[in-house]
Design a protein around this ligand. Structure first.
Ligand code: SAH
Length: 476
C-alpha cells in the first residue's frame, strides 16, 4: 500500500481526536470525518510502517451513528469535528476518551465505577458565548471572516457558525461591510502586513450584553464611527427577529452592544489577542451571570465559553468541595474569580491566584460587585505564588480544600508538590484535557491522594474537546 492508493475500509473504532479507525492490509488507518460503522472508500495520504492517514472519498454504507452535519462547512472547518456523528454517540465517545485516559495514563483500575453519567446539552448548538474569527480575503479580494481548516491557517470563509450565539451572523456581516466600505487592509500572516487580524465577540447570555473586539496590527482603525454604527445596527437587527432563533429559555432575548474595543497585537505570532486593548465604544468589559453571581469580563480574561454547561460544572465543583462554611479554600488558575466567588459563600475564606492581570482586576471587581468580602486574589503563576505565600505563612495560607482549573497542559509539578505539602482534605480538579488530568492524578496518588469521583461535562459539543471535574481526597 502506498500514498494515493484508493481502498475500501470498514471503520471499527474511534481515535482520541474523533477520527475513524479501520484496517487495510495490516495497516491501521485513521480517517477524519468517518464514524464507527461506516463502510467507506478512502485515499491514503500518508503511509508509515504500521499506520496510515487517509482521506474520505466516498461513503459506501453509512454507519447508524452518522447524521447530516448542520453546517455546510463542517467537513472543511477545523472547529466542529464531530458534526457528522449523532449527539448521543458523541457523548459516548467523550466519556470513553475520559475513561481511557484515567485507566491508561492515570493508572486507575476502576475508572468506570468512579465516573458519573456525562452531562450533555439538550440543544447542542448556539452554545458558545465567545467567538474568535480570523479575517482574510476571498478569491475576489473581498474581506471575509471565518475559521481555519484543521491544523492549518487556511481560512474557511463563514457567514455564520452554528456553535456561536446567533447574533454572530449579524456581527460578521457588519464587520465585513465595514472592512469593505472603509477599505481597511486585512492582515496577511505570512507578510505581517495589513491591519485587521481577528474579530472577537462575546455575548453575556443572561444579561444580553455584547462586546466586539477588533484585533489589529496597528494602533487605530479608520472610520471607527462607521464600524460602531454598523455593529449597533447588527445587534438591533438581531433583536427584531430574535423570536425565531433557537435561543433556549433563560437567555436574554434583548441584546445590547455595550463594548467595542481594539486589541493591539503587532507581533508576528499565533496568539490572537495583544497585551492591551483600547475601548472605542462603551465600557471595557461585559457582564454576565452564573446563577445569581454577576461577573465582569475583560477581553483578555478567560471565561468558560458555554454558559449553560458552566452552571452544571460549577454546581459539581461546589458539590465536590463539600464545604461546611469553616474551610479555607484555594482556587488556583482562578481567572476572573468565577469558581472562587461561587464557593466563597459556603467557605470561611477563599484565595484565588491567576496569571493574567486583567483577569485579577476583574476578580476583585467581581467580589465587590457581589458583596463578597471573604475572597482575596493574587496575580502571578500559581506555581510561584502559592509556594511563596505558603512558606511565608503556612497558617494563614493553609488549605482545607484546593480547587485547580489549569489550561490544557495541566498543573505545574512544583504546584502539585506544594499542594501535597498543604495537605488539603479535598482537591477539586477541573480540567479541559483528560490526559493531563490523568497524568496529575497519577502524581497525586503517589502523594497520598485518592480519586473519588469524576464527572464529564460536554462543554464543547460537536468536538472531542471535553471538560472534566474530579474529586480527589487525601487518605487520612
Ligand atoms: N477557573 C477559571 C479559569 C480557568 S481557565 C474559570 O472557570 O473561569 C485557566 C486559567 O489559568 C486562565 O485564566 C489562565 O490565564 C490561567 N493560567 C494559565 N497559566 C497559569 C499559571 N501558571 N498560573 C496561574 N494561572 C494560570
Amino acid at each position: 500500500m502506498q500514498k494515493n492508493d484508493l481502498c475500501e475500509i470498514k471503520i471499527e473504532d474511534m481515535g482520541k481526536d474523533g477520527e475513524g479507525i479501520g484496517h487495510v492490509d495490516g495497516l491501521t488507518v485513521f480517517v477524519k470525518n468517518t464514524v464507527v460503522g461506516d463502510r467507506a472508500m478512502v485515499k491514503l495520504m500518508k503511509v508509515k510502517k504500521n499506520l496510515a492517514y487517509a482521506r474520505l472519498t466516498d461513503i459506501l454504507e453509512p454507519s447508524p451513528f452518522r447524521v447530516t452535519p448542520v453546517c455546510e462547512k463542517a467537513v472543511q472547518c477545523g472547529g466542529c469535528t464531530l458534526q457528522h456523528i449523532s449527539y448521543e454517540k458523541q457523548l459516548e465517545l467523550l466519556q470513553n476518551h475520559v475513561k481511557n485516559c484515567l485507566t491508561r495514563i492515570g493508572g486507575i483500575a476502576d475508572a468506570e465505577s468512579l465516573m458519573e453519567p456525562i452531562l450533555g446539552m439538550e440543544e447542542p448548538y448556539h452554545f458558545r458565548n465567545k467567538m474568535q474569527f480570523p479575517v482574510g480575503l476571498d478569491r475576489d479580494g473581498h474581506p471575509v471572516l471565518g475559521f481555519y481548516a484543521g491544523h492549518t491557517h487556511a481560512l474557511i470563509p463563514l457567514t455564520d457558525c452554528p456553535a456561536g450565539h446567533p447574533v454572530n451572523r449579524e456581527i460578521m456581516k457588519a464587520v465585513r461591510e465595514y472592512l469593505e466600505e472603509a477599505e481597511v487592509a486585512v492582515y496577511n500572516e505570512e507578510q505581517h502586513t495589513g491591519l485587521v487580524r481577528h474579530v472577537l465577540t462575546r455575548v453575556g447570555f443572561y444579561t444580553g450584553q455584547v462586546m466586539v473586539c477588533i484585533v489589529i496590527n496597528g494602533g487605530k482603525i479608520p472610520e471607527q464611527e462607521l464600524l460602531i454604527r454598523k455593529l449597533q445596527e447588527a445587534v438591533e437587527a438581531w433583536n427584531t427577529h430574535a423570536a425565531d432563533t433557537t435561543a433556549t429559555t433563560g437567555r436574554a432575548k434583548e441584546l445590547e452592544l455595550v463594548s467595542v474595543a481594539l486589541s493591539i497585537n503587532r507581533e508576528k505570532t499565533n496568539r490572537i489577542l495583544g497585551e492591551r486593548s483600547k475601548v472605542i465604544f462603551g465600557k471595557g468589559y461585559i457582564e454576565d451571570r452564573i446563577e445569581d453571581i454577576a461577573f465582569r469580563i475583560a477581553p483578555e480574561a478567560f471565561f468558560q465559553v458555554n454558559p449553560e454547561q458552566t452552571r452544571k460544572l460549577y454546581g459539581k465543583a461546589l458539590d465536590y468541595a463539600g464545604l461546611t462554611g469553616e474551610e479555607t479554600v484555594w482556587d488556583m488558575y482562578c481567572g476572573i474569580g468565577t469558581i472562587s466567588l461561587f464557593l466563597a459563600r459556603k467557605a470561611r475564606k477563599v484565595y484565588g491566584v491567576e496569571i493574567v492581570p486583567q483577569a485579577i482586576d476583574n476578580a476583585k471587581e467581581n467580589a465587590e460587585l457581589n458583596r463578597i468580602s471573604n475572597a482575596e486574589f493574587f496575580v502571578g503563576k500559581a506555581e510561584e505564588v502559592v509556594p511563596k505565600l505558603y512558606s511565608e505563612d503556612p497558617d494563614r495560607y493553609r488549605a482545607d480544600v484546593v480547587v485547580v482549573d489549569p489550561p490544557r497542559k495541566g498543573c505545574d509539578a512544583a504546584l502539585l508538590s506544594t499542594i501535597a505539602a498543604m495537605a488539603p482534605k479535598r482537591l477539586v480538579y477541573v480540567s479541559c484535557d483528560p490526559a493531563t488530568l490523568a497524568r496529575d492524578i497519577a502524581i497525586l496518588t503517589k502523594e497520598g491522594f485518592t480519586l473519588k469521583r469524576v464527572a464529564t461535562v460536554d462543554m464543547f459539543p460537536q468536538s472531542m474537546h471535553v471538560e472534566c471535574i474530579a474529586c480527589i481526597q487525601r487518605k487520612s
